[in-house]
Design a protein around this ligand. Structure first.
Ligand code: CP
Length: 308
């Protein structure tokens, strides 16, 4: 049986293109399972997984929980709010206490970049990074690329523009790593203040004009403005951001070709994306969410199956 080259999924940076293809092929099989009347397989029947969320989440948390249930794993859920973290318990103590209850895998979201990497140096259980600060969100990037592959047959050679708050986005960084490993051309677009200074060193094109980015790309992955991570003002107002970078149906209709609109969610409707664009035939946003379950089933299954 083919195996992943890693025993944790900390970031896309650590994966080989062959790892990503293996995850996609495994997700293809699980997507077929999810189309059946009985959507459950016994693959992880003897495995216990803890979903440890130190930061808010809707899609990622529910998607992991459903993926685990579809694989017949036993699961426990931990939220920092309402836990003994509020009494001063450290991350490592919290996780070691969870592991003492005979847990095999940790799925963790944390506000600090590098938190899952730190854990991986101190614990034996497999770790899946469900988003660490502004760093990486590997399963989001996998489901994004998987959705592009589903729409176009392949990711290689496609032109993908990632538009919005690139500076604070873990989705942007993981997407850049995944798309480049799969042979796509990648552009980032946003106000100069929301583009990391050294972003072009990652081999991506940089564009400040959203109309030019849309005219160039096959797929626009639109990101929200992450106000919760911004310590200063990066642009005058949300109204002005929408005026220059907001994407609506009228703008899409000015293009001389059909492009695909993606968004990792949560959408700030009327800011980066209008409802008439988000809900239009261009959008594959809910397909991304659907594919997230199969991708997370594949990741959990492949990590649990790794023998050395
Ligand atoms: N895309 C994503 O990570 O959404 P949540 O924050 O709701 O999990």
């Amino acid at each position: 049986m083919q195996q992943l080259s890693v025993r944790h999924l900390l970031g896309i940076k650590d994966l080989t293109p062959a790892d990503i293809q293996l995850i996609f092929e495994t997700a293809d099989n699980f997507k077929e399972v999810l189309s059946r009347t009985i959507k459950k397989v016994p693959s992880l029947r003897d495995i216990t997984i803890a979903n440890v969320f130190f930061e808010n989440s809707t899609r990622t948390r529910l998607s992991f929980e459903l993926a685990e249930k579809r694989l017949s794993a036993d699961i426990i859920n931990f939220s920092a709010s309402g836990s003994s973290v509020k009494k001063g318990e450290t991350l490592l103590d919290t996780v070691n206490n969870i592991l003492a209850m005979k847990v095999d895998m940790i799925v963790m979201r944390h506000a600090s970049a590098g938190a899952p990497h730190f854990l991986s140096r101190h614990i034996k259980a497999n770790i899946v990074n469900a988003g660490d600060g502004t760093h990486e969100h590997p399963t989001q990037a996998l489901l994004d690329s998987f959705s592009i592959r589903e729409k176009y047959g392949e990711v290689g050679g496609k032109k993908i523009a990632i538009i919005g708050d690139i500076l604070h986005s873990r989705v942007a960084l993981s997407n850049i790593f995944a798309l480049k490993k799969l042979g796509a051309e990648v552009m980032v677009c946003g106000p100069a203040t929301l583009l990391p200074r050294y972003i072009s060193e990652l081999g991506v094109k940089v564009e400040l004009d959203v109309k030019k980015a849309l005219a160039w790309c096959d797929v626009a992955n639109v990101l929200r403005i992450q106000l919760e991570r911004q310590q200063m003002k990066y642009f005058p107002s949300l109204r002005e951001y929408t005026l220059y970078y907001g994407i609506d149906k009228k703008l899409l209709d000015t293009l001389d070709k059909e492009i695909t609109i993606m968004h990792p969610g949560p959408i700030n409707r009327g800011v980066e994306l209008s409802s008439d664009a988000a809900d239009s035939h261009h959008s594959i946003i809910l397909n991304q969410v659907e594919n997230g379950v199969a991708i997370r089933m594949a990741v959990l299954y492949l990590l649990a199956s790794k023998t050395s």
